[in-house]
Design a protein around this ligand. Structure first.
Ligand code: ATP
Ligand code: MG
Length: 327
């Protein structure tokens, strides 16, 4: 049976990269598949220091945002990772099947660690293994992710194969479902991806940004000294990122967008893209605000999701316990 699993970290406000790289696909897939799980992965959020109250609030805000974007708990399981303890337990088992050099080279480790100005924690180092556990715990077959997660999914595939070789064919080897939108880059540094955890606030377009913030962020977006609007991510990453965002928001192809923009200069173009973003996200932003006011509804949604996720997880995990020799 096909099963979809994906996760998002409660690490701050959701941005346009999350929307076009992940959530938009999630909404479509809940209509197309019968068994779909989406998790707010709070264990992962701890890989970087967080205030407990901020983390708790972020779980609820992420829930409100996902619901406002169209995630429907009648059509999928939406739950909080830490409410299903088997994620961490399976993470341990899979960690014992993963070699150090295999994860040492992961860019995510290097990038996030560098920004922490510390030696990094064991959790930050091994979280790709926990991600593999998140996916495999439900014997998932497909994982919708943004381009930045492709390497991590490769690891989950390798671990599944390794487990199957050692203990007998058990896990399906999960496949990535990539969104049509390529990675959205930071507006301040178009060589880096847009991220919730980016300390440069002007680089990240949040789904809940006000029209004034959106206009300001586009105005300050890094481009180059050529005024024409063209798409060439290698030599002109800044303006190409604007074109990517414009295409994602309007649903047009990159080619169509570039064709429409003949004769425009980048300063004028920034205003056009800002306006398209405001139009698309204003209704979603209003819905998020409405949902945030009803905390008990959000908690109920997560509670119901966790109960169903626990049922599925414990069935699979019981078999894993037997396979590895715990019982
Ligand atoms: P953090 O900085 O805390 O890691 P993040 O912005 O990278 O946050 P995640 O919660 O790690 O967000 O990722 C959630 C989903 O969003 C993943 O499927 C990921 O591939 C996708 N995603 C994140 N950033 C981008 C981006 N810039 N472009 C496209 N997809 C993205
Ligand atoms: Mg991330």
């Amino acid at each position: 049976m096909d099963r979809i699993f994906s996760g998002i970290q409660p690490t701050g406000k959701l941005h346009l990269g999350n929307y076009f790289g992940a959530i938009q696909n999630w909404v479509r897939l809940q209509e197309e598949y019968n068994s779909v799980l989406y998790s707010i992965v709070d264990l992962h959020a701890l890989t970087i220091p967080r205030e407990p109250a901020v983390l708790r609030q972020s779980v609820l805000d992420t829930t409100a945002t996902l619901l406002a974007c169209g995630i429907n708990p009648e059509k999928c399981l939406l739950f909080q990772q830490s409410q299903v303890p088997e994620h961490a337990e399976l993470g341990w088992i899979l960690g014992c099947l993963t070699s150090m050099p295999r994860i040492q080279s992961f860019p995510q480790w290097k990038v996030k660690n560098a920004s922490q100005n510390s030696e990094g924690t064991v959790g930050l180092f091994t979280y790709p293994v926990l991600q593999a556990a998140d996916i495999l715990l439900y014997k998932s077959t497909h994982v919708p992710v943004g381009e930045d997660q492709v390497l991590h999914l490769e690891l989950a595939r390798d671990i599944a194969q390794h487990f199957n070789k050692k203990y007998g064919n058990f896990f399906p080897v999960p496949k990535a479902i990539l969104s049509t939108t390529k990675k959205i880059k930071s507006l301040r540094d178009p060589t880096a991806k847009m991220s919730k955890s980016d300390p440069q606030k002007l680089g990240t377009l949040n789904i809940t940004d006000s029209p004034e913030e959106i206009v300001l962020k586009f105005r300050k977006a890094v481009t180059d000294f050529t005024s024409e609007v063209t798409y060439d991510p290698d030599s002109r990453p800044g303006v190409s990122n604007l074109v990517t965002i414009h295409a994602a928001v309007t649903g047009l192809s990159i080619k169509e967008v570039v064709h429409q923009c003949i004769g425009l200069d980048t300063a004028h173009y920034k205003g056009i893209v800002a306006e398209a973003v405001i139009q698309k996200f204003a209704p979603i932003g209003n819905e998020i605000k409405r949902l945030q006011e009803d905390k008990s509804h959000l908690e109920k949604v997560l509670q119901a999701g966790a109960e169903k996720a626990k049922e599925l997880a414990s069935l699979v995990y019981q078999e894993i316990r037997r396979l590895v020799g715990f019982q």
